[in-house]
Design a protein around this ligand. Sequence first.
Ligand code: BGC
Length: 552
Amino acid sequence: MSHWWEHAVVYQVYVRSFADANGDGLGDLEGLRGRLDHIAALGVDAIWMTPIYPSPQLDHGYDVADYFAIDPIHGDLAAFDRLVADANALGLRVLLDIVPNHCSREHPWFLEALAAAPGSDARARFYFRDGKADGSPPNNWRAIFGGSVWTPVGGDDPQWYLGTFTPYQPDLDHTHPDVDAMFADALRFWFDRGVDGFRVDATPPVGKTPGLPDAPPLAPGEFNPHTRFRPEGHEVWRRWRSVIDEYMATHPGRELMMVSEAYAPRRPDLMAEYVRPDEFHQCFAFDLLMSPWHGPSMRRALADAVEHVAAHGTWPTIALNNHDAQRIVTRLAHDGITSPDAWTGDNLRAAEGEVDLVVGTRRARAAAGLLLALPGSVYLYQGEELGLPEVLDLPDELRQDPVFANTGGDKKGRDGCRVPLPWTASPVGSHGFSVTEGDDVAEPWLPQPADWGRYAADTQVDDESSMLSLYRRLLAARRSHLGRSEPGTTALIDDHDDLIVLRRGDVLIVCNVGAGPVDCAAVAGRAPLLTTDPSGTRGGTVVDRDTTVWFS
Ligand code: BGC
């Protein structure tokens, strides 16, 4: 039996930056509902919305204060129901984001825990521990966004609490029965409202080594084995899977799924553990999103993604962009990105230095031609279909990402890929981001660059050479020419160092990442079906630099 998600293309909506219906400068559900036709016209299967739950918004919704409601800045449950109905009517399924590793420090459970005594049941839903005798934190673990994972409760309280990301995102202890029960209820609550699945945030830190021992010395790029990819975490996912399976058994016709967000750089074995048959339906393979524009590096990323999950009888799940990484147009615009040394294995460590956006855009087009030819499921991030670059020159005082503040500016953070979308060439309403009319429309929450109008959807829609037209063509060709493929049947052909050559049934896809044109012997006798070169195909078997051609 086949499932809708196996080959689905999912469009990620960063709700805060997609469209703003009430003119307050922040995206909302009604704004999204009003622009669903853009997503449907691309020809994707589903949307995934970043967290829309009540939140103090210190990590823009990834600090959840209530898993059963909608933040008033985004709307309310009635607006949510209208959105789901309209999306479904357009043939789009709806995925939510759920954050299991931590909640907000304003979640009622955490407030209760702070007010409760050390050793209380309220504290056992989190990781509260005494500090060491010398006054230092309970252990040496480091936070992902900088600093120690431990924050002292303060006052006379001897305890510290653990936050893997920031002090305002306390980690939940999933061995406490309340935590387990609450998330099972949350899954069912949103399934009852028509949701088709979840993108599950930050899965590796869920579950810790009992006793929380110090981490061993770690080389750069190594992860702390006591708080990443733990077997205790996988037990949680098996319980979640059984909630989903039970729900489907009692609701015939519903086909639900969950996808794991786990960065496991060059550790496809760890990634593949999430897609064991009793765990996730999908797990993102992120190595291509972090890869240099370099043949062997990209072939490795693809082979790892495709082959390791095929061992579990399933397909890869790949994205080139998301709300946590530098936008690909800019990432690939860096000169040094063609070196294998450009691999950092860290999505938060953006490329730096001079950029050439003409080159970056050409490469991003070629990368899209490769991405949309892959077997399995593909996730797109809002604005990549417009070819938006990263906004690099946001003034530091306007940056909102905790990554910037918590690393003392060492990492610029993710604001540059979250700037509100341009819908119209006209600057009115922040290029159509704020759709209300009138003088009291607020500035967008991050400023749009002066030239944002050239990327606007309405500038691109009738231009055959635009990024938007390319995405539409690629998505249409994916549907008409590629169809399904069984796990393990996609061949990666090692033809030439600079070429990524992929066979999908009758179609050969060739991506040239080298510095010049390459004559590709493997495609002899075939005709080009489409090219990512904005000036069209050149015919024959030559593939130009920074170009992907599909041959049939
Ligand atoms: C999300 C981030 C978020 C973090 C903490 C991630 O992996 O994608 O945007 O800041 O989890 O929840």
